[in-house]
Design a protein around this ligand. Structure first.
Ligand code: ARG
Length: 481
């Protein structure tokens, strides 16, 4: 049973059926499709567009279809194009011609927009939960490594020592902004499209507000052409997902670097590494490499849909069907990456001794020596040049700043005295006691702010979840009136 065909004299070519079908992809939306149909048919009955008996028969039939699909008893057929047609066709087989009334005052154009929005709402909450889990892992590591000092880098050259907790919380900040982007996108997904019809609205006395309430939507869309013609809400998810993947990838890259024997700062548990089929000594960070390796895939989907949208005349065009494959694959890429990154970090151990010596090496306290001269009244620019000379003397004599003889220092500037040897990594870190700085006190403040932010995020997710209908049971509470 095709949903169209009256004006056609032949069936579509087999090749066309295979080429244009979306059932391979959109079958994943069967629960959303059926839930939306239940809400729609209840509204039709409430408005007197169909009878209460017809609505009841349709609803029972729809739930039966859902059961068949979930039990794997359902046969999919390319001739039936998409999930909407499959559900309706099976409904007709189960309950007879009354099934044909379900599609009154509806088009597949607003139906598919509804299914996608119902799906994406759930997926944004799922994504946010995984992000909150990951944030908690970073918090937990920041607390566990609160006194560990590591070299901080710029240009991948040793720059200044920082707390490892500070480094961990830098990622936390990125993931917090990612979460905020998904939360922001949620508000624009949480809008009912049904009632737009094919593009112009519908000539029936429908009650869109009632449908929105049943499905837990915060608002109804304002313009029917925009409603069926845009997919910016999908692109927003892909944009937020792309940035999240970028952040995950930077983290993965650092794990890869830090576990090399050249760095040797980090070791991963055997359960999170893999071996080589030829080199018996190898323990490879494949998990991190795969996170890094999957980023392009999500960027690709973002680019795909941006390009898809840019040339489309209003309103619906079949090009829009391509949104779902892109969205599903992005979600199926992002969610496991979030989970695996969290588990990977939990499994990591740091080599504190190696980090301690690395943090001091490479003249990483040179800025502190300049600051020492500044405290004695030397202008910073001059102090910078003087310490540059001291570094040059160290390089010429095989010393570092902690062992360069006082005579050498004093030959450079009379402001140097014995107290220059008191400069060390701990003091260097402690001194950066400004908001956002790496001093332990500041990092503790960051950590408690981070914990509060994640708790607030969890509460936000829980509050949204309470408003959503249950896609598993497909039960929608009946209004009292
Ligand atoms: N499978 C279609 C999609 O995903 C459903 C809407 C079809 N509408 C149409 N007029 N052919 O976009």
């Amino acid at each position: 049973m095709r949903l169209w065909g009256g004006r056609f004299s032949t069936e579509p070519d087999r090749l066309v059926q295979e080429f244009s079908q979306s059932i391979d992809v959109d079958r994943r939306l069967y629960r959303q499709d059926i839930l939306g149909s239940i809400a729609h048919c209840r509204m039709l009955a409430r408005q007197g567009i169909i009878t209460a008996e017809e609505a009841a028969a349709i609803e029972i039939g729809l739930k039966q279809v859902a059961g068949e699909i979930s039990r794997g008893e359902f046969t999919f057929d390319y001739a039936l194009e998409d999930i909407h047609t499959h559900v309706e066709s099976r409904l007709r087989a189960l309950i007879g011609p009354v099934a044909g009334k379900l599609h009154t005052a509806r088009s597949r154009n607003d139906q598919v927009a509804l299914d996608t929005r119902l799906f994406l709402r759930e997926m944004i909450l799922e994504t946010l939960d995984r992000l909150a889990d990951l944030q908690e892992t970073f918090q937990e590591r920041a607390a566990a490594w609160e006194s560990v000092i590591v070299p901080g880098y710029t240009h991948l050259q040793r720059a200044q020592p920082v707390l490892l907790a500070h480094h961990m919380l830098a990622y936390h900040e990125m993931f917090s902004r990612d979460a905020a982007r998904f939360q922001d996108a949620y508000a624009r997904v949480d809008v009912l499209p049904l009632g737009a019809g094919a593009l112009a609205g519908l000539p029936y006395p429908i009650d869109r507000q009632f449908v929105a309430e049943q499905l837990g939507f915060a608002a109804i869309s304002r313009n029917s052409m925009d409603t069926v013609g845009d997919r910016d809400f999908v692109i927003e998810y892909l944009g937020a997902a792309s940035l999240t993947m970028a952040h995950l990838s930077r983290f993965a890259e650092e794990v890869i670097l830090w576990t090399t024997s050249e760095f040797g700062y980090l070791t991963l548990s055997d359960a999170f590494t893999t071996g080589s089929s030829i080199m018996p000594q190898k323990k490879n960070p494949d998990v991190a490499e795969l996170i890094r390796g999957r980023v392009g895939r999500v960027y690709g989907h973002l680019m795909h849909l941006l390009v898809t949208l840019k040339g489309l005349p209003l309103a619906y065009n079949r090009d829009l069907q391509e949104d779902k494959a892109a969205l599903f694959d992005a979600i199926d890429t992002l969610l496991p990456c979030l989970m695996v990154a969290s588990a990977l970090l939990q499994s990591a151990n740091v080599d504190t001794e190696r980090l301690a010596s690395a943090a001091t090496a490479g003249f990483s306290l040179a800025t502190d020596v300049a600051d020492y001269l500044v405290a004695k009244g030397v202008p910073f620019r001059e102090a910078h040049a003087l310490v540059g000379q001291a570094v040059q003397r160290c390089l010429a004599t095989g010393h570092d700043l902690a062992t360069l003889p006082l005579a050498e220092y004093q030959a450079i500037s009379p402001f140097f005295d014995e107290s220059v040897y008191q400069i060390d990594v701990r003091r260097s870190v402690d001194a950066r006691d400004v908001p956002g700085g790496t001093a332990p006190r500041q990092v503790q403040l960051q950590l408690s702010a981070a914990r509060q932010a994640t708790a607030a995020l969890r509460a936000w997710i829980a509050e949204r979840r309470r408003r959503l209908p249950d896609l598993t049971t497909l039960d929608i509470p009946r209004p009292q009136s």
